[in-house]
Design a protein around this ligand. Structure first.
Ligand code: ATP
Length: 210
């Protein structure tokens, strides 16, 4: 069965790094990808743009293709968005379909801080997306958890619904939302780091401008 992948993030704002790696993961896994903005991310300060503004930017960014699909379920939930709850909901909906949680290498290295992190492996596979820079060392608890789970071939993810870990070598793009917020805050116009559609109205990027 073709997997369904999930790419979550603050998307404050969504940028071409997110889009490019999500697209490449879709191709490498032969999967559709749910692009899921986090409501109140438990691990970081609250986003600058509101949930509605981040979703509006995402919808504009995803125009013109159907493989990366906006999914607002975490925005609809009150309180912190825990990935484990999202995956449990998707598992109930999708039966035995393989699910693949996509995480940038930096996010993956921090996994042991996540709520009920070991349960994530019962609910989904994990696809680790390479990100430019020195690879973050993995905490020992995470190394131990993934020792018997690593696979090299994406086809292996289609055989069972969850529990495997694959590294996905995607094009390294040194783009981050932090840098884009800094540029916009400094009065710059960071075209070509963001989807062109975000510049079509002055409103979409206004939360970040001075
Ligand atoms: P910020 O700078 O605000 O922390 P970010 O650019 O890292 O934001 P997030 O929305 O926090 O973006 O990231 C969502 C997911 O996308 C995370 O798993 C992160 O590792 C991954 N990601 C973000 N940018 C890239 C990139 N350029 N290449 C690969 N993965 C990325």
């Amino acid at each position: 069965m073709k997997p369904l992948a999930i790419f979550g993030g603050t998307f404050d704002p969504i940028h071409l790094g997110h889009l490019c790696v999500a697209w490449e993961a879709a191709e490498l896994l032969d999967a559709d990808v749910l692009m899921m903005p986090a409501g109140l991310p438990p691990h970081r300060p609250p986003p600058i743009a509101s949930a509605a503004q981040r979703l509006a930017m995402l919808r504009v960014a995803l125009r013109g293709q159907s493989r990366l699909i906006p999914d607002a379920r975490e925005l609809a939930r009150d309180g912190a968005s825990y990935t484990v709850d999202t995956l449990a909901g998707l598992r109930a909906e999708q039966g035995d379909r393989p699910l693949v949680l996509l995480l940038g290498a930096d996010a993956f290295a921090g996994l042991p801080d996540w709520h009920e992190w070991r349960r994530l492996f019962e609910l989904a596979h994990i696809g680790v997306l390479s990100r430019p820079g020195e690879p973050a060392p993995l905490p020992q608890a995470l190394e131990q958890e993934i020792a018997g789970r690593r696979v090299d071939d994406a086809a292996a993810l289609q055989l069972v619904p969850a529990g495997r870990v694959i590294e996905l070598a995607v094009t390294p793009l040194e783009i981050s939302s932090t840098r884009i917020r800094q540029l916009l805050g400094a009065g710059r116009e960071p075209r070509y780091l963001l989807p062109a559609g975000l510049f079509d109205s002055t409103e979409l990027l206004s939360p970040y401008r001075r």
